[in-house]
Ligand binder design. Structure first.
Ligand SMILES: CC(C)(COP(=O)(O)OP(=O)(O)OC[C@H]1O[C@@H](n2cnc3c(N)ncnc32)[C@H](O)[C@@H]1OP(=O)(O)O)[C@@H](O)C(=O)NCCC(=O)NCCS
Length: 219
């Protein structure tokens, strides 16, 4: 288990994932309270959002959970503009809600969250040694579901859930540690610029299948 004091900063081709801090509150307060951001987030989020909502969330909920080693929050920034927060990604120890994220609507459609999720999945499975990752999603949340589909997750359960926008049909998505390793073998270069999966050479695919999992295939 990674102790909270050593939560690392993440780097991907285009992003910096910086452990969340109280200094991020003003930027998050400006970005987060938008209907396009909160609509399909859990109903526990106060709405209308209070004027000190971001500060309260970071100080009273996110940082204490990080210190207890129960949650890991990173602000997302572009490498080309490291002072500007563009979103957030969170990993949490819980039965069915292990990963959550949101992105400033101005930065959607570029694959940034897919890239952040790949880094966070590695952290979850490799550094936190978790056996599986689960995430609930409203069926109507097409952008979020596409990320799960693209990254080899499967639906394991259907149920209604409460969101800021009300009670909605929902799916629980899952990927196991082994399936994630297979997905990475099948996508050795991540995802192509257009979001199309890149096929691995046949040799590494058959090696991955020999290791017993057939669940993660490019879709
Ligand atoms: C969910 C959310 C983060 C998705 O944002 P996004 O920009 O669509 O996600 P990505 O960053 O992975 O980008 C994927 C899109 O970029 C495109 N793209 C461009 N380059 C890409 C690349 N290199 N890799 C992957 N996708 C790429 C994809 O084609 C895809 O577009 P499409 O959805 O039209 O098919 C965003 O809609 C959001 O913040 N929603 C509100 C909060 C929320 O609902 N969170 C989830 C709760 S379960």
């Amino acid at each position: 288990m990674v102790p909270p004091t050593t939560i690392p900063e993440g780097r991907t081709d285009r992003l910096i994932l910086r452990p969340l801090s109280l200094e991020d509150a003003p930027q998050i307060q400006r970005l987060f309270p938008q209907w396009k951001v909160v609509k399909y987030l859990a109903a526990k989020i106060p709405w209308p959002y209070p004027s000190d909502g971001a500060e309260q969330f970071i100080r009273d909920s996110a940082l204490p959970a990080m210190e207890r080693g129960e949650a890991w929050h990173w602000s997302l920034r572009l490498r080309t503009d490291p002072d500007q927060v563009i979103g957030l990604i969170t990993l949490t120890l819980s039965e069915d809600e292990n990963r959550g994220f949101w992105l400033d609507p101005n930065y959607r459609g570029h694959g940034y969250m897919t890239e952040a999720c790949a880094w966070a999945n590695d952290f979850w499975f490799d550094k936190l040694a978790q056996a599986r990752l689960r995430a609930p999603k409203a069926v109507a949340n097409r952008g979020s579901r596409r990320i799960s589909q693209r990254m080899g997750m499967r639906v394991i359960h259907l149920e209604p859930r409460d969101y800021v926008s009300g009670r909605l049909p929902s799916e629980i998505w899952e990927i196991t540690a082994e399936e994630w390793q297979v997905w990475k073998l099948l996508h050795p270069m991540g995802l192509a610029p257009a979001g199309k999966p890149v096929r691995a050479p046949a040799k590494s695919v058959s090696a991955a299948r020999k290791h017993g999992s057939t669940a993660a295939r490019p879709r």
